[in-house]
Each structure stands twice: as C-alpha cells, then as structure tokens.
Write a protein that binds this ligand. Sequence first.
Ligand SMILES: Nc1nc2c(c(=O)[nH]1)N[C@H]1C(S)=C(S)[C@@H](COP(=O)(O)OP(=O)(O)OC[C@H]3O[C@@H](n4cnc5c(=O)[nH]c(N)nc54)[C@H](O)[C@@H]3O)O[C@H]1N2
Ligand SMILES: Nc1nc2c(c(=O)[nH]1)N[C@H]1C(S)=C(S)[C@@H](COP(=O)(O)OP(=O)(O)OC[C@H]3O[C@@H](n4cnc5c(=O)[nH]c(N)nc54)[C@H](O)[C@@H]3O)O[C@H]1N2
Ligand code: SF4
Ligand SMILES: [Mo]
Length: 726
Amino acid sequence: MLFGRRTKNPIKIPVKPVEKWVYTTCGYCSTGCSIEVGLDKNGQAITSRGVADAPVNRGKLCLKGIFEHELFNSAHRGQVPRLRERFFDPYQETTWGTALDKTAAEIQRIQKTHGRDAFAIISTGQILTEEFYTLGKLARGVIGTNNYDGNTTLCMASAVSGYKRSFGSDGPPGCYDDFSHTECLLAIGSNLPEQHPIIYWRLKEARDKRKFPIIVVDPRVTVFAQMADMHLPVNPGTDLVLLNSLAHVILKENLHDQDYIAAHTNGFEDFAKLVAQYDPTTAAGLCGIDEDTIRHVARLYGKAGAAMTIWTMGINQSTHGSDGVVAINNLNLITGNIGKPGGTSLSITGQCNAMGTREFSSCSGLPAYRTLENQNDRAFMADYWGVDQEFFPAKRGLFQTDIFPAIETGQIKGLWLIATNPMSSMPNTPRIRKTLEQLEFLVVQDAYADVETTQYAHVYLPAALWGEKAGVFTNTERRVNIVRQVMNPPGEAKSDLWIFNQLAKRFPKNAKLRFPETPAEVFEEMRELSKGRLCDYSGMTHDRLEQHRGLQWPCNDTQPNGSARLYADGKFEYADDKAKLIPLPFVDNNERPDEQYPFWLNSGRVVEHWHTRTKTGKIGNLNKFSPTPYIEINPSAAAKLGIDHMAYVRVISRRSDAVIMAQLTERVAPDAVFIPMHFHECVNRLALGLLDPYSRQPAFKQSAVRLEKIADQAMAATSNLTARSF
Ligand SMILES: Nc1nc2c(c(=O)[nH]1)N[C@H]1C(S)=C(S)[C@@H](COP(=O)(O)OP(=O)(O)OC[C@H]3O[C@@H](n4cnc5c(=O)[nH]c(N)nc54)[C@H](O)[C@@H]3O)O[C@H]1N2
Ligand SMILES: Nc1nc2c(c(=O)[nH]1)N[C@H]1C(S)=C(S)[C@@H](COP(=O)(O)OP(=O)(O)OC[C@H]3O[C@@H](n4cnc5c(=O)[nH]c(N)nc54)[C@H](O)[C@@H]3O)O[C@H]1N2
Ligand code: SF4
Ligand SMILES: [Mo]
C-alpha cells in the first residue's frame, strides 16, 4: 500500500518565464548570501533564487531574500527630488540641479557662519563600499566636517571598539567554516535563526554532522535558545559578570593555555587579579545564572579542543558593550582560541554592508583602517587625495549618538541623513523629533519618499536601492561580494555614488582630488589604498568576486583566493604583535526596574521585517506574516495586572508612552517585556539608550517600563499611534 504524498497529486510550483538570471548579493542582512534575480522577456524582475555554488549560502535564501525582487516595484519609492523653505511648508518637486545647488549652498552657508563642524553627516551600513569610500572622500577631503558618523554606532560600534582594544585593530577574525571545526559554541545576545537564518543553517548543518554543545545566553527564550543544548537566561545587562566568572573558573581549574598567553598576550597578571573577584557564587548573585551552570559551561569551554563565541546586539547594545566584547576576547585569548579553526571571537555583524563602512567610509578615521589620530596615516591620505594635510582633524569627531544632543545645544545647525531613519531607530524618539525641528537645514537621501525623517527635511534626494546600482558589500566573515545592477532606478532616482559625485562638483576644491564616476574605477582606488593593510583588497576585482562568489580579505598576491581567518600566526596589530588581556570591573549602571517602573524593557527583531520597515513593510509576503506591533508579556505578570491576550495595553517609561497589543508568552520572564524594534512610534518612544563609554552605542535593550491596562479597548485601537499603514 502507498502512503502520503505518492497517493496524491504532487504540489505544482508554477514555472516562471525567466529569460535571464543576474548574479548579485543580498541587500538585507550581513550574512552575505549570493542571489540571482530572474528577469522576464520584458526585463522585469520576477523571481529570486540562491546561488547553488556560493560558499556562503549554497543555494539557500531566507524569506527576505526569496522576495527581494519585489522591492523593485514597491510603493512609495522616491522618484523626484523635492525641496521646501521651511519644514512645515509643502514640498515642491524640483530638478536634480536645483536640489543639489541648494544642498551645497546651505552646507557652505552653515559652515561659513557657524564653523566647519556645524554641518553633520550621518550615514549607514546599507550602501555600497564604493559609495562609502566616495562619501568619505567628500566628507573628509572636500566638505571637511569632523561630525561625520554612521548608524553603525547603533549597531557595530561596540564590536569595533572591543576588537581594537584587544587586538589593536577592528576586523572579525573568524568565519562560518569555524562551525565545522568547533567543539563548543557560546552564542551571546544573538537570535541567529531569525536574524541571520542562513548563518544559522550553516551552524545547524555543522552540528547535525558532528555533535558539539551550543550554549545560548539570552534573557529571552528565543528561537535560538529553544534549539540550544543549554540556555542561560542571564539577567539583563550582566553578561560581563558571567564572562568574568567563566574566566575565573578556567584559571582556577588550570584550563587555560599558558603557552599561548605567554607568547601572544600582555596584561595577564592584572587580568587574573580582577577575575579572581568573580567566583561563581558571587557572580551568580549578579548575573542570575547559578554557580553550577557557570562552572559547567567554563569546563566545557576550557576543555574543548577548539571553542568559539559568537555574539550580536545583546552584547553590543549595552552600557558595557565594548567591555562585553573585550571580555569575550579575553576568554578566547586565555584559552588560545583566536585564529584557529573552530576557535574564535566572531561578531555577527548586522546590515548588509556594516563591514564596508568600517573598512572604507572614513567615518571614524581614514580608508582601509587608517586613523585620524595617526600622523603617518593623515599624511599618506592627504598626499593620495591631494588635499592639505592640515585639512584633516587629528582626532575623530562626534558619534551619531552625540550629534543629536549637539543639535539640541545649537552646536550643529545642519544635517545630512543618508540611508538611515533615526526618527524610528534612535532611542527616545520624542526627543529626536524635537531635535530635528531645530535644524536650519536637513537633507534626507533615501530610497523611499515616505521615510519618517522627510517630515523635517528641507531637501529630499531620491536614491537608487540595492540592485539598481553596482558595487561591493562585505559580510560577517570579511567576504567581499559583488552587487550587480539588476534594474534601473525608478523615475529620476540616482545611485548614492552619482549623488556624492555631483555634490562634490559644487564645492571649491584642490585640483588633484578626483571623483571617478564608475564603481569599477572607485574600486581600483580602494584596491590600491588597501594594499598591505589588514583589509587588503589588492587581489580582488569585480569580476573575480563574481567568479568566486565573494573573497575574504586579506586577499593579495600571497593569498589570491582570500583568507579564512585573521591572526592565525598569533601576531596581532599592536606594535609588539601581542594582544591585550584587559581587566574589566562590572559597574551596574542601567536604568533598572523599580516600584514605579517594574519591568525590564527589551527590544529586537523578527524574521519577517527589516528595521524601520521602509522596505519590508511594503512586501506583501513579509508584512502579512507580521503586520502588527506587539509587546510580549509573561502570562503571570499579565494576570496580576488583568491584561488579556491581544488586548491593547499602555506601556509607560520615563520618556513617553505607547499603546501596543499584548502577546502573552513565557518567552519573557515575569519581570520583563519585549517589543520588536520595527514599528514607528513604538519601542523607541520608550527606550532610554544610555551610552557605552567607549563606543557611544546605546543600551537599547535595557530600560524600565510599567504597564497599564486600558479599559476602553475600542478607543485604544483607534488612537493607536504605532501602526503605519501602507
Ligand atoms: N529579520 C531581520 N534580520 C536582521 C535585521 C532585521 O532588522 N531583521 N537586522 C540586522 C541587524 S542591523 C542586526 S544588528 C542584527 C541583530 O541581530 P540580533 O542581535 O541577533 O537581534 P536582536 O533581536 O536585536 O537581539 C538579539 C537578542 O539580544 C537579547 N538580549 C537583550 N538583552 C540582553 C542581555 O542583556 N544579554 C544578552 N546576552 N542578550 C540580550 C534579546 O533578547 C535578543 O534575543 O540582525 C540583522 N538581521
Ligand atoms: N529599540 C531598538 N532600536 C534599534 C535597535 C534595536 O535592537 N532596538 N537596533 C539598532 C540597529 S542594530 C540598527 S542597525 C538600526 C537601524 O536603523 P536605521 O538604519 O535607521 O533603519 P533602516 O530602516 O534600515 O533605515 C535605512 C534607511 O535607508 C534607506 N535605504 C535603503 N537602501 C538605501 C540605499 O541604497 N540608498 C539610500 N540613500 N537609502 C537607502 C531605507 O529606505 C531606510 O529608510 O536600528 C537601531 N535601533
Ligand atoms: S540570511 Fe540575510 S543575506 Fe541571506 S537571504 Fe536572508 S536576509 Fe539575505
Ligand atoms: Mo544593526
């Protein structure tokens, strides 16, 4: 007898009439999947598929990648530049010439009246590296403002800072292939299955072939926590205590790698003295993980032949984000787990090109990991670009999170936002709204005309989106991959590269400074500049990148096919080649729950949506699975407050309030709530966002709120601010 499917008609998937497949790289997350977009005979994008021989995704895509071609026809794309005198006037459509003349004139007026740094620029992790590099040249070499940063301060700044403190340079040392070699994996503050589904698939595949323990540290019972061997529901903001305690046990039980420590690190004695204070009994009282579990995990990690740690925003977005990263590096240095197969500190990055901006945008320094603080680097770049060396500041300027307060105090008068939406993504948005109102001039350069920041802009510049332009992205494992142009931008929208180049022409500048027009020419400059640097691109070309489906830097004459790992020889980027072990005392400085505001407020992502939903909010298949903002509340806490499942509830913090639909679930602890970050006028009306002292990254994931039951549910539904309807 036959069972199941064989007795029925097989499911039929309609064949799409694809005439041509175009190779490109996914424009959502930092996994860096190779993707092909199928075009029909009219040149319309009708489908997407994973590239079978791509080393990252081997033919797979997550659901955002599967529907990525739908972006080309999504609603509310900006098609024409717009202009107005005051932010409350109606916008007028205008020509590119007028919009760019006005922008250049306003930048120059503000700089002349209030000083060069009175005009600020905030960019992103989502444009192409060639665009980042060109923007950097414009900002540092032509406009000359030091208040130039990226939204990566909301995202990767703590990882960058932690890598620099430990190893002397930024740059994630590991790769996805480490999953195939590791004997123990610790994942801290990362929800891989939802946020990096294909990295998760790689991990799961490796683990299915060869058993090794996966330990997930997260206050919330995430999808990742549910598949882990052990879930450690750490108290919010106390990962540093846990990490110090793991090191304590490893040293006490002699599980550390003395030879490695002696040969490749400095600072062991001070470090050992500090972690001696973090015995598991004391640590358990602070971080909420019982002492036996701490000892058990330390032994698993210390005894593994190769052990690795991955982390994402649960570490970076914290008042000790940078310290958390250094603590992870400390753990791996004392166990000899850096630069070896399966032994690494791998920061899972966020946006598609979070790495490209670090390498080439000059936001925090100069191209190819050069710094403003280094006189030789300044001299080299001044000579290369043909600008006066004195034109460069000798120290980096304000971070994104300090630029907004500087607008409040009147120090900054003008702002240019490129591919970022701080009206939704910054903490304490009521304050951001008031801040933007104060600007004399705001220019918004975005692919979508309905992005919230346009409410306060004077000029709107419509930009081409992923796949409407060409260039490269770098993923989590330092793999540079090519984004080929699939379609033309809609209407008069232009690539960010074109916009930067046109603007550059409107400033008086040194004759030597060149702004090449094509991405391939810009790439040549980047290759040349990176030769001999850690992020060496000199062995790459756009075509080689497509042939190899991405190459990992350093990629040069000696490593023409790229390098899987950094620091394999134990040589770090400090002058004496040694890494630093750094003692990290834990200081409890969060806004914590109290009688008035008894719940921890946590926030993060869902698999269907991308950030502030300017993109995924318009893709039917994504938005329909997750159309509504919600707040996760533990059923026992809800019962005490009389809050029903799916009822609207008022959530109040010291900043503001929001009305959100309750989801009762045991994913969150009785003293904690979780709200996805994707919805406008929602969690970021409430979040405090205290800053990490090194990275200036906000602690988005720890603040305090109270909940109020709403009697009039019908009224709550109609007055709900949080839903943006498309
Ligand atoms: N679908 C989708 N994928 C994305 C994105 C997206 O918007 N949508 N965005 C991309 C970007 S830019 C980024 S940065 C990444 C983010 O990727 P992740 O960091 O994995 O995602 P989040 O959901 O922000 O946060 C991860 C976890 O941190 C936990 N957490 C909160 N507080 C603490 C704490 O004190 N300690 C610990 N250990 N954990 C804590 C949260 O409970 C949450 O489960 O995702 C990328 N991928
Ligand atoms: N509460 C809370 N807040 C958070 C977080 C959290 O976990 N919790 N996470 C933080 C993190 S990690 C991040 S990365 C930020 C993200 O915050 P944002 O960067 O502000 O969010 P996005 O929605 O990705 O904004 C990108 C904008 O660029 C536009 N765009 C896309 N591609 C292009 C292009 O090629 N050119 C141009 N010119 N425009 C383009 C999009 O339409 C969109 O408006 O949010 C942060 N905010
Ligand atoms: S995992 Fe990330 S890179 Fe891969 S398809 Fe999904 S969103 Fe794109
Ligand atoms: Mo991010």
